[in-house]
Design a protein around this ligand. Structure first.
Ligand code: CMP
Length: 145
């Protein structure tokens, strides 16, 4: 069982596709165990994207990430990190297959709708960055399973 973090970026909120994207993960059988809307500030953005802060695209990308509310979700399930990344599609929407989240909704690499953790190490760090322990929930789905 793994946990991973997704961020629905400002373009996902503006396109009113938050519910659709979360529903895709739910339909796949993954479990949402943490969920919140927030607006990133520079410190949170720099921390989250620390490996990109020196890159040429960072200033523009961070301005976009801070431009409006985002939704953070902690998602749990078998092989959740890989399954979620596969469902997101390629980082560059031009390469993302139809049927993937970016393939269906994302405009370009700057506005690519969703972020997801890329490894167990970054998933653990990223979930902890956005959620306190008491904001993460363990629950059974015995009422529907
Ligand atoms: P994300 O998965 O959030 O992680 C880093 C982000 O940087 C990536 O999605 C893109 O939105 C953004 N980005 C912008 N330009 C580039 C680029 N040239 N190469 C990679 N990522 C980029």
């Amino acid at each position: 069982m793994q946990r991973t973090l997704i961020l629905l970026k400002p373009d996902a909120v503006q396109k009113s596709v938050m519910g659709d994207i979360l529903a895709r993960f739910e339909r796949k059988g993954l479990k949402v165990v943490g969920l919140k809307m927030l607006q990133m500030d520079q410190a949170l953005c720099d921390d989250h994207y620390s490996e990109h802060v020196t890159k040429g695209f960072y200033k523009f990308m961070s301005a976009f990430m801070m431009s409006g509310p985002i939704v953070a979700a902690a998602i749990e399930g078998h092989d959740a990190i890989k399954v979620v990344r596969t469902m997101c599609g390629a980082t560059n929407p031009a390469d993302a297959l139809p049927g993937t989240i970016r393939g269906d909704y994302a405009k370009n690499i700057d506005n690519n709708i969703i972020h997801s953790s890329d490894s167990e190490e970054s998933a653990a760090k990223e979930v902890a960055r956005f959620f306190k322990e008491n904001e993460l929930f363990a629950y059974s789905r015995s009422l529907v399973d």
